[in-house]
Design a protein around this ligand. Sequence first.
Ligand code: SF4
Length: 710
Amino acid sequence: SSLNNNTQTKYKSTCSYCGVGCGVEITKIDNGKIYVEGDKDHPSSKGMLCSKGMNLHYTVNDKSDRLLYPEMRFNRNMPLQRVSWDTALDRTAAIFKAIIQKYGPDAVGFYVSGQCSTEEYYVINKLIKGFIGSNNIDTNSRLCMSSAVVGYKLTLGEDSVPVCYDDIELADCFFVTGANPAWCHPIIWRRVEAHKQANPDVKIIVIDPRKTQTAAQADLHLQLNPGTDIVLTNIIGRILIENNWIDQDFITNHTDGFEAYREQVFSRTLTEAANICGLAESDILLAAQYIHESKGFLSMWTMGLNQSVVGVNKNLSLIDLHLITGRIGKEGNGPFSLTGQPNAMGGREVGGLANMLPAHRDLLNPAHRDEVQAFWGGTKISDKPGFTATEMFQALADGRMKAIWIVTTNPMVSLPDLNMVEKGLQNAKFVVVQDISNRSDTVKYADVVLPAAAWAEKESVFTNSERRITFLPKVVDAPGEALDDTEIIKRFAQKMGFGESFNYQNNSEIYDEHCLSTKGTNIDITGLDYDILKEKRSVQWPYTDNQTSGFGTRRLFTDSKFYTLNSRAKIHAVPDENLSEKLSEDFPLILTTGRIRDQWHTMTKTGKVNKLNQHIAQPYVEIHPKDAQKRGIIEGQVIEIESIRGKNQVKVKITEDIKEGVCFMPMHFGKILGNAFGRTNSLTNTLVDARSKEPDFKFSAVQIRTYVKP
Ligand code: SF4
């Protein structure tokens, strides 16, 4: 939708950074440049934007880093050379065909991104699973939300965020755990802050080993030891039970599993739990009391729970608190996972992960596989789950996979154990990188580089953290020969011989097919298409074809009926041990990683905005004064930080905001941005949660010492 006047055209869209999904109004100026402001009419953000969103136009207007035409090299000793689209895609198709013929379809794979649109996810997923015949598609959302996905499925029967953002203003107890929304989901946090300001009785509990900006605003900051989250949530469960602060009717009528849960949480005393967590008993009691006294108990979490070798258990034990108190499906109550990326939710909708099928269908369910195969009209869908994010690069490193196609993500900065990732990329027979920017560290490992259209250069759809689906219009043309990502995949599919099934005239047709694929599922959006999205601006799923008069579904489970077979939610008895990497004499410190306020992911976009770099421009490590003193380290000094996988040198920030024995590094820095030594993820480990396969970025064993130049 656009409003014309003489010199400018306005478009409504959504921010392309985090999963808050703020509405933006884009003004296109006559000279082809754009300007971005908050969209006052967007229900998720009501006109607000954070520092990253406010500066979005710089990333589109500054094209200096853009990939402009396809490039290719015949061997790794040659530089990349400009070629035509046909040459690049002919060669890619020829090599994919040859590898598939020799080694089978599981020798190739796609590694995609929560920044891909729903349509892009949909066509890539369809191509690899339905036509190439492998389930080797995974996404950087694996690094982000996959523990929450499994947590929701095991408790509620479906990957379904039950709440909406309007629950913020209806809640009076916020349980923010393993998250720093003040920096990482700023507009959600601004809504919490405004609500607290207007209602001083609102309680904010923050659980984090670091005193973050979010923790600084808490009524109660539980600065627990890393890895002890389950001990804490379980003991809060025990306190709620002991004081009869639970909802027995809800437990009896709508849940299973309470007795085993009770036994589990009673296996520790409060004193024991407080000791393990490094917290005062009185503070834990107070947290339980705040929950009990509230009318609206909203828990918010992100990577502190998800990015863990026991990430699923952390999710289960948190959701348990909602189930034993019946605080779900009611205004202002519920578990609320905050999504990291703008369309990670859309990727989950289309099943763009190694173990999923469209519309949250299950790859391991033969009926679901048959249903999807019939719908796509392609080859038989393999019953073998594909490689997940870290597994893909391990498989490239040891030769089980031969070719990888990386779309809109920068694994050479973002994956754990970058030396392993590098080995994978170097060992791969063929690497395709489809992206917008030469600021990605991954591009230089490519045999073929495919330039793609960026945000605002193509029509697409994103779904945000509250299941809100928003249409993103095309505002400007992509530079050079860059193409819409769906067009790239369509052309490749044609060259592979699958053209008929990818013969879409536009992205609207792809979206229609996606909507149709959801028919009869819990995430049914058969009532949707581009026209409705353009007219209504945004709706929340489910949105069935009977729902065309409204804006979809704000809140799930209002009837206390869950998506499990017997409609009852499952309370889980969760063991509380942490299976993270063990500390040792050589590596006695815990390294945890996270985001900083004004950077996003691997900085390929935010890193080119001067205003954003002014906040923090260089990698650093935070350590506690006692740990610094023990090592004779002073503020601002360059230190060496080492894990068993690698080492690097960064400046030190000494602060009491972090627990003794713990250190923190921002995750954003790679070699291109930052410095040669600032690659945070050279240090992190590849341990993953057994069920979600999400890596344990929050707990790596490291040592820090003064650095002496060789
Ligand atoms: Fe964009 Fe997230 Fe900031 Fe909103 S909160 S403007 S979606 S980065």
